[in-house]
Design a protein around this ligand. Sequence first.
Ligand code: GLU
Length: 482
Amino acid sequence: MSSKIVTRIAPSPTGNLHLGTVRTALYNVLLAKKENGKFLFRLEDTDRERSKEEFTQEIVEGFNWLGIDWDIPDNVKHDESGMVRQSERNDIHSAYVQKLLDSKKAYKCFASPQELEAMRAAQKVAKLPEGYDNRGRNLSEDESLRKEQAGEKFVVRLNLGEARDIKWHDLVRGEMSINTKDLGGDPVIQKFDGQVLYNFAVVIDDYEMQVTHVFRGEDHLSNTAKQIAIYEAFEFPVPSFGHLPLIFTTDKQKLSKRKHGDIAGVEKYRHEGYLPAALANYLVATSYTAPKDTTGEVYTLEEAIKHFDPHGLSKSPAIYDLQKLNWYNREYIAKLSHEQLLGYLKPFLKYDLSNFTPEDQKLLIDNVRGSIDKFADINTNIAYLFEEIIIDDSLKKFLVEGQVVNQALLAAIENNEIDMNSPVDIKNKINLIGESLSLKGKQLFWPIRIAVSFSSHGPDLGAVIYLLGREKTIERLKNLLK
Ligand code: GLU
C-alpha cells in the first residue's frame, strides 16, 4: 500500500442526500486534500430493493453542486467519473470469502432461520444475552461437506475466535475498545444467496481502494469492531477511523427525513437558493473548529483544506441550526458582485424586471441583498413593487396614527417639491416633514413605509419610493388616506 492518504465517502443510494452524508464527505475531502492524497467515491448499492437510481442521481448532483469532487481510484473498476459501484463487485467479494474459508478463519453455518429463532427464544427465557452462539464453529469438515452436497443452505460467518478486545485509536473519540463477545456472535459475512454483507464488502473495498483513513458517523462504531476483525483475519493493514457525532435537532432528536422532513436533505437548500459554499461552510463548522488565527468562521473549502487539522473535530453532538446556516448564507451573499447576485436571483424571480433600467435593477437588487436569507426570499422582498399586498392588522394603527405624515408626503409629491428621480432627495424631504411635524423614527417612517410597501421593514425608504415611482406612490398614499 502506498503511503499516500486515501479517504472516501461510501453512501448508500437508499434515500435522499442527507446533510450528515455531505458533512462526512467534507471531512474526508479536507483530510485527503490537505495531505495531497485522494478522496474516493464508492456507491454502496448492494441493497437491491432499497437502492434507487434517482437517489444515486441526487447524491451525484448534490456533490457536484457542493463542489465535492472525487478522484479516480488506482486499481478497482470505476465509471468515467471515478465512482465505484459496490454492486458490481460481488464476484470479487465472494473470492475473498473463499480465501477466509480456505484459511479456516470463516465457516459455513447451516443453522436455518427457524433454528436460530428457537436459539434466541431459549436465550431470552434463560435471560442470556441474545446473539448467535457460534454453534456452527464445531461442525466437522466432513459434516459440512455432506450438508452442502445434500443441498442444505448456509451462510458464511467469520470466526471471531476467543473473546478479546478490539482496540483502535479513533481520530475523533480517542482510545476505543470493544470486546468481541459484545458483537452478537460470529458475524455473517455472506448470506444464503451469495450476497456478502455490508461489513465484509466495506473491508474488501476499502482495502482494494487503498483507503487509509475513514471518517464516518458514530452509528458505525460497532461495525468498526467487526470490520477490524475482518481486516485482522486477512492480515490487511487497518485504516485509521474517526467517528463523527451525528447531527441532532435542538429537541435532541437525530436529524432525519422521517422525523424532520426536507430539512434533513440537501435538495431543499439547493432549491431554495442557498449558496453551496455557504452550506458546505456551515456543515464543516458544525463539528469542526479551524485552528486559531487561520480561517475564522467563514471559509471556502480551499481555505479549510489548507488549514485542516483533525484535532479540531469535536465529539459532542452536532446541532442543526437554521439561523446559523442563514447567517452563513448571508455572509456569502454579501460577497457576491452585483452581476453574480443578479445571475443567481434570475431563476428565482417571478417578477419581470425589464421595465427597470439596468441602474435601477442594480439599486433594487443591491437594496434587498441584506434582507434575504436565501435567493427564494427575493420575491416577497420586492413584491410591493408589482402588486398590492394585504397589510397585516397589527400595522394598521400606524397608518391611522401617521395620517398627517402621509398627507404631508402626498402634498409634497403632488406639488413637485421632491425630485422623484433622486432617492436621496426623497429621503431628505421625508426627514424635513418629520422635523416640521416633530416626528421621527417609527412614528415618521412606518406610516410611509406601510403605505407604499405594505410592510414596516425593508431597504432604504428613499430607494423604495424612487423605485415605486411617482404615480404608484401617489396612488397608494391616496388609497390609504381615503
Ligand atoms: N454505506 C454506509 C453508509 O451509508 C457506509 C458507511 C461507511 O462509511 O463505511 O452508512
